[in-house]
Design a protein around this ligand. Sequence first.
Ligand code: FAD
Length: 455
Amino acid sequence: MTGKKNIAIMGAGLVGSLLSLYLAKRGYKVDLYERRPDMRTTVIDGGRSINLALSDRGWRALRGIGIEEQVREVAIPMHGRMMHDEQGNLSFLPYGKEGQSIYSVSRGGLNKALMNISEPNPDIDYHFNRQAIDVDIRENKIQLRNTETGELERIIPDLLFGADGAFSAVRGAMQKTERYNYQQDYLEYGYKELTIPATEDGGWALEKNALHIWPRGNYMMIALPNLDGSFTCTLFFPYEGERSFAAIKSETDLHTFFQEAFPDALALMPDLAEEYFGNPVGALVTVKCFPWSFEGKSLLIGDASHAVVPFYGQGMNAGFEDITVLDKMLDSMGDANWEALFKAFERRRKPDADAIADLAVLNFFEMRDKVADPRFLLRKKIETKISAQYPEKWIPLYSMVTFSDLPYSYALDAGRQQDKIMKKVMKHIRSIEDYEKPEVQKLLQKQLVEKEKLK
Ligand code: FAD
């Protein structure tokens, strides 16, 4: 016994599992309750391989607990976006500076790795097949149902962390308290996962170290590499309309659509029809809520407090950053007053959670509509030049979000200012060479001085 508070974490997903390590390191006894069976011994998610882009904020949290290297072994670097046009022509756009990459990791693989790392810790106990079905938020009494046997049990931890995802039961209980703010917004788009299998010799059928995008205006497909040589493709598609999930009713419809929209991918997808008609359509939701805590007894973390759409590849990274921030605040404030700590945490983190939620929706439009536009590609190249010339004054928005720990809210504001400047600069630019023109350089310098004044 540590004499410290007993902590329950609801949800042993990515955030719950990582959080358990951070709390156990401080000597707390941590119990994780997870409604699903143990994914290390049972196939869940229908055997599909969802993969995620892991970037600097996520790595920082993994490094903070000493497990970065273990995860690097199962992560594939992606140095940039590889765009595929309708004719199958490719163009490559690096994500950042030389050496800056995002990493493709399997969600299940990472979750299992976190479980394997945390479970041997004597202060961490996993309880699988336990679903929170009733949360008495005032008394911290949680009723759990054993999803195998149907048996009920009740726990009363000293502290409860709701890491139970976008449809959190813990948040559901908080929502019933007075003056609780809650907002959820669905995009009119869903997503479906498909596969490009490994080649016969076990290699990758497309460039391995890139995130592939087939931008098509009203819809798009992306693909991230897996360790086994396959790619997981995600089709983001309207629910309704002329080209939509609703419009594709037969194998012929599907084939005709892919032949027109993604011919180069179609040639690499032998199981397309089976997967398309067998896999579910996932919804894309943004959840904003406040507060995230109740009387110093419970705190929401990760998707439970801020689910975002996946277009900035930041949902998990933001959830991991929650843990880094909470850990730092525990260092500075101590654990004598959890209520004050939770209040300070939610006040600090909420503007950043809102910012990444908004940025993720904006990036959807950018990926869908603009990455195929030559003016957009030229603008990106010009921005790279500006940031190389003025590294202290200009970091591209994508880099602030992905390759820094600047607060997301700062990135959103700075990104808006830079966007205004780029619009002015691009009026004078027809080709990359125009960047050197004296009038462009003069305009840029003037704008950068104005930008500094706003700081
Ligand atoms: P979850 O991963 O949802 O885990 C919650 C856990 O709680 C689950 O294990 C669930 O079974 C359990 N649970 C739920 N309810 C209960 C209950 N009542 N009782 C007990 N247990 C319960 N993020 C990135 O950073 N990069 C990406 O590239 C990226 N791509 C994405 C692509 C798609 C298509 C989607 C949908 C999401 C993507 N994300 C990405 C977001 C990322 O998946 C989430 O932000 C991340 O999984 C959140 O982790 P979490 O632990 O907070 O929640």
